[in-house]
Design a binder for this molecule. Structure first.
Ligand code: GDP
Ligand code: MG
Length: 284
């Protein structure tokens, strides 16, 4: 009982006293109409990149589910067991509105980054997409990047062929263990995008697998010490400021809409879309 040895090991509490980001969990009904009334002079192009299995394809599906408030048929998600990325081509995903019609933004989902010996998309190809050189339907070759004479190579991209917001998708549960080669590739992509003035954010997925507190209650995400540390780690490793990092849980198994899941996804989406819109407006 109360031995002195137990006093010497101090573990900081897993839950912080206060949330470090303000979230109104009932905000779904405010963000959705905001997004539905959004207009843009051109379709806003959002590119998702990151390691294979990070949850890129799941994020596209989760966004569509949150926007429609119902389940949708999943496109291109990989199963954990298969271990291989299904997404080998570049595909543009349009987002449907509840009352019909489409949102003025699209997601480009691509093959994941891997260490060189495991294949994955070539860094040069991600840069080519940023600059609008690769057309939809191109199948990536992990051994070499697209050649200028390929039918899917767009020699003279228009401004609307280019990317307007770059989103790095990272799995919260394994960022600390992630391969350095993959981080180097991501840093190179990030620096190139910065030179092109493209806004950049990080979406941190799989928060349910990264922290016990969050796994039990997603609404405690901004009170979780572990999540706060992980977000700081992402920021340090990729040089993206804390207020451009969004933790989310994807709809990976749940088919019924969930308030907290939706709000985190829609909060990230609102900023991503507004950053893309700012980029287009500032460019013109
Ligand atoms: N637990 C959990 N699993 C997820 C989450 N997001 C994605 N997954 C699972 O992770 C695996 C890889 O996801 P996928 O979207 O295919 O990754 P991609 O290679 O980046 O496109 C799939 O089995 C997903 O169901 C999440 O937020 N939580
Ligand atoms: Mg995928």
């Amino acid at each position: 009982m109360g031995s002195s040895s137990s006093k010497s090991s101090y573990y900081p509490p897993a839950e912080l006293d206060r949330s470090w980001r303000k979230v109104t969990w009932r905000e779904r009904n405010q963000i959705l109409p905001e997004l539905e009334s959004l207009t843009s002079s051109e379709v806003l192009k959002i590119l998702l990149y990151g390691p294979t299995g990070a949850g890129k394809s799941s994020f596209v599906n989760s966004v569509q589910k949150a926007l429609l408030g119902r389940n949708v048929i999943s496109a291109q998600e990989q199963t954990i067991r298969s271990g291989k990325s299904f997404t080998a081509t570049i595909k543009t995903h349009k987002m449907k509105k509840r009352g019909g019609g489409r949102f003025p933004f699209v997601f480009q989902d691509i093959m994941g980054l891997q260490p060189d010996n495991l294949g994955g998309i070539e860094t040069t190809d991600v840069i080519n997409i940023l600059e609008g050189h690769i057309s939809d339907g191109y199948t990536f070759n992990p051994l070499c990047s697209i050649t200028k004479d390929h039918p899917k190579y767009n020699q003279q991209p228009n401004p609307d062929d280019k990317v307007h917001c770059l989103v790095c998708i990272l799995p919260a549960d394994c960022i600390s263990r992630m391969n350095n080669e993959v981080f180097d590739k991501m840093r190179f992509i990030r620096k190139t995008a910065a030179k092109l003035n493209i806004p950049q954010v990080i979406v941190l997925t799989k928060v349910d697998q990264a922290c016990e507190v969050v796994n039990k209650d997603l609404k405690k995400i901004y009170q979780s010490r572990k999540m706060s540390d992980k977000i700081q780690e992402c920021s340090d490793k990729l040089g993206i400021s804390l207020n451009n990092i969004y933790p989310v849980q994807n709809y990976y198994a749940e088919i019924t809409p969930d308030e907290a899941t939706d709000v985190l996804i829609l909060m990230a989406l609102r900023d991503i879309v507004n950053f893309a819109k700012d980029f287009v407006e500032d460019r013109d």
